[in-house]
Design a protein. Structure first.
Length: 247
């Protein structure tokens, strides 16, 4: 069976534990064919005003829509969910976590373009999708990409972010090929997704701008305090602090 690449984005009622998927947009790239799926869903969970501010989806847009797991797009995603295929998402843990609430547990190889970008482009001011949309001038090619896929992009549409993500993926693949010329760039992106990111310097707090190595030399106790006392410390920072203390 030919490999397929699923480039996906969700919109949700919010970012909390009880929030749910209200839009699923994805493009499936095969050897010879392209599929586009883009659907709104009803939900028992009300959309938070903060979420509306981000994606512009209002309750009236969801009236008479199916639940996510009853939809054509969701059922097709389940059919595609095999280990030969690839799932490409920007900040994959969020979207996959939301899809898990609908009963979807990915069997695909995952490429998280956010993590790949942090590895390959560590010195960027930000790694958000919209940041790269402007920094890399991806917006200039969006309409051409939409026309090629036969997609009509409307305001507040998940498929619009999918198009940007598809363009970003091309740029990241080129950067990965340049950095690792002897390796398959797609497999390397899967590998980078699962590799801890070495954070070099603080972007917050009293040591903002200082490298972890500098702080390890001058105030190792602060780093040890972070490890033991900061419950929300992400795994990459934990890995990086341990690395700095070990070095």
């Amino acid at each position: 069976m030919a490999k397929k690449y699923v480039i996906l984005d969700t919109e949700t009622t919010g970012v909390g534990e009880n929030d749910r998927v209200i839009q699923l947009g994805y493009v499936v790239l095969g050897a010879k064919d392209v599929e586009v799926h883009n659907e709104f869903y009803s939900s028992d969970v009300p959309i938070s005003f903060g979420a509306m501010e981000v994606h512009g989806i209002t309750p009236d847009m969801l009236e008479n829509k199916p639940a996510c797991r009853d939809s054509v797009a969701y059922k097709r995603l389940c059919e595609l969910n095999v280990s030969e295929n690839y799932m490409i998402i920007h900040n994959a843990p969020f979207d996959l976590g939301m899809l898990e609430k609908e009963g979807f547990n990915t069997q695909m190889k995952v490429i998280d373009t956010l993590r790949v970008a942090k590895h390959i482009l560590p010195d960027e001011d930000a790694h958000r999708l919209q940041y790269f949309r402007y920094k890399m001038a991806l917006y200039k090619d969006e309409q051409k990409e939409a026309d090629a896929l036969g997609v009509v992009v409307k305001a507040h549409d998940a498929i619009g972010d999918v198009l940007v993500l598809k363009l970003l993926l091309t740029k990241l693949r080129e950067a990965v090929s340049a950095a690792y010329p002897s390796e398959n760039p797609v497999e390397k992106m899967v590998d980078l997704t699962n590799t801890p990111i070495l954070v070099k310097s603080f972007r917050f707090g009293k040591y903002k701008g200082k490298t972890l190595q500098e702080v390890a030399a001058s105030d190792a106790g602060y780093l040890r305090w972070m490890l033991t006392s900061m419950e929300n410390l992400d795994e990459d920072m934990r890995y990086s602090i341990n690395n700095a203390l070990g070095a």
